[in-house]
Design a protein around this ligand. Sequence first.
Ligand SMILES: [Zn+2]
Length: 385
Amino acid sequence: MIEILIFSIIALLIVIYGINKNINSSNTTHNIYSSEYYRGLNYLLNNEDDKALKIFTDLIDVDSSTIETHLALGGVYRRRGEFDKAILIHQNLLSRPKLDKSIKNQTLYELAKDFFSAGLYDKSEKILINLKENKSYSESCNEYLLLIYELSKDWDSAIKFTKNLKQKNIRNSYIDVIISHYYCEKAKDYKKDNQLNKSITVLRKAIDINDHCKRAYVTLFELNAQSNPSSALDNLKILLEIDSQYLIILSDEIVKLSTTHQDNKIDKIIYDIILKFSNDHNFSPILYEYMFNLNGFDSPEEYINLTKDNIFTNIFNNLYLTKNSNDNTSLSNNDLLALIKNNFLTYNCTNCGYTAKNHIWQCPSCNHWETIKPITISERVTYNA
Ligand SMILES: [Zn+2]
């Protein structure tokens, strides 16, 4: 309903603009234009889009001053998801024999967005590649082109295209950071096909271009976890030096590495890593349990002290110490423990606010890279207080 209202208001404003313009320029044509516009508007208000579309496309042959009308209407059709109508309007404009160059570029840009929104990436790409040579469109064309390569998972084209850009940032991210993600995407594909050596080779390329590439170290840690645990832990240490929050993000994987290998030496390394990189709010119930077991099934005081700024650290510890007691409260204690364990970390996109349950590298809502950040249960409670 809101879209129909916006649609009608835009059409009405353009009609008024058109009438005024016609009155000023020529009194003889005023009646023809206004009556046609009114008919078109009337069809739009009555949801007879096809008839309205016919009138507005026919009007192009009447007067070039109506071009803005068509661009606006095409944009509204696109936002309404009626891509075929948006494409028809813009292609109709482009078929005019004497189209002003700036209007032509504007229309081509709109048509490229129509094709993009309709998922016709090849057609959109073709227009954008030509149009980006024009300075006023180059930045937005580059952003759309990169999105096309990303959405079609064409990582080689994405890498090649991004490396040729003469700018340091795109879509609020450093170019080097974005390229390192493309290499990591390639590594993910190789990993899926069990081509582990190729996967490691491209991860090295990611690190070459961005030595703080957290994703590459996360993937190297995961790749080595089964076959080469000490190398996996070396990668984990480098990652945690870059960003210690990955200690809680990767809690599950870290504990899994210990249970897979059942090796005291490995457990000691993990124990030291947890104590070295734990801090402030970064409490993880999964790491707590790990430390509890290593501490002879007793409260891991060192770990608790390091993470005491998280209000759930002590709550979890108190609940955990009484979890197996046979009194009447034990059931609810276990429920609370499970609740904290399942919700100790959630993720929010700092760019668009998208909320996720798991850690992801690219926001599915705004398509930005590395904008999804972890929020601990303690921080969430503080925010809401
Ligand atoms: Zn987002």
